[in-house]
Design a binder for this molecule. Structure first.
Ligand code: G1P
Length: 282
């Protein structure tokens, strides 16, 4: 596998755990201090060497497009009121050299279905998938996506980020069984999507960072609806394992599950204190 330049960001989910706010605003646009969640994933991707981002958008997708699009009128107005210094701030939202594509997912048929929609844009290239609601602070280590890309290049194959979770939470994640060799990257033997604690093969959960060969698409095409009646990416990966190695990689970093209010709140406090010096005087 050569270096990875393309990334898919599926942002068409319904955000049911964050209703009612997600009735009007996609969860990916909710703020962590001064930036929407999606901006953190975009910055992680770009600092990991990604130059093309394919957003899979749903019914609220126009909000995402507006945010990343250029706003000449806003720039003119900032100049008019003498606030030139703020222009850089809005231009940095999406650097000029990044190629953005938007693909519309009409119905929420699952993560596997969302990824499959990007097949044409990916072509015959290796690619990354970032799930925006998994916000990962990897400081002082390299960005998590970069850590995964390095492993994918050295192993010449597919890699997925994993972490240890509390056993009571197995029914929230894809849970992997691996060959235990005490390495940071280990070959995956099987994955079960959202198992009950009693059926779970381990407490090692997939987090939202993946690197794939384009071979995954032919496997996703044959996946039938699984858990929650959705086309699950996990089921595509289980099928891919029969043909190619898929490694699980224990990344260095702290994750916040911003798909629910607990994670959003924790991330807000933690990023506010660490990166903005907020609450320091309390
Ligand atoms: C998805 C995947 C799951 C993975 C999780 C990570 O689930 O299906 O395998 O563990 O992301 O956040 P979701 O959170 O979309 O239900």
């Amino acid at each position: 596998m050569d270096t990875v330049r393309k990334a898919i960001l599926p942002v068409a989910g319904m955000g049911t755990r964050l209703l009612p706010i997600t009735k009007a605003i996609p969860k990916e646009m909710l703020p962590i201090i001064d930036k929407p969640l999606i901006q953190y994933a975009v910055e992680e991707a770009i600092s990991s060497g990604i130059t093309e981002i394919i957003f899979i958008i749903g019914s609220h997708g126009q909000i995402v497009k507006n945010y990343f699009g250029s706003d000449i009128q806003l720039q003119k107005n900032l100049i008019k009121i003498g606030k030139h210094h703020l222009i850089k701030l809005i231009q940095n939202v999406m650097p000029m050299h990044i190629n953005c594509k938007y693909v519309f997912q009409e119905f929420p048929l699952g993560l596997g279905h969302a990824i499959l929609l990007a097949e044409e844009e990916i072509g015959n290239n290796p690619f990354a998938v970032l799930l925006v609601d998994d916000l990962i602070d990897s400081d002082p280590h390299p960005p998590v996506l970069k850590q995964l890309i390095n492993i994918a290049i050295s192993k010449k194959t597919n890699v997925i980020g994993i972490e240890e979770i509390m056993p009571i939470h197995t029914n929230r994640y894809g849970i992997v069984s691996i060959n235990k060799t005490n390495q940071q990257a280990e070959k995956i033997i099987n994955i079960i999507e959202k198992p009950d604690i009693k059926d779970s093969p381990s407490n090692l959960a997939i987090v939202g960072r993946y690197i794939f060969n384009p071979k995954i698409f032919s496997h996703l095409q044959n996946v039938k609806p699984g858990v929650n009646n959705e086309i699950q990416l996990t089921d595509g990966i289980v099928s891919l394992i029969n043909e190619q190695d898929v490694y699980a990689y224990r990344y260095n970093g702290s994750r916040y599950d911003c798909g629910d209010i607990n994670g959003l709140f924790q991330a807000t406090i933690s990023y506010g204190m660490k990166y903005h010096g907020l609450l320091n005087k309390i």
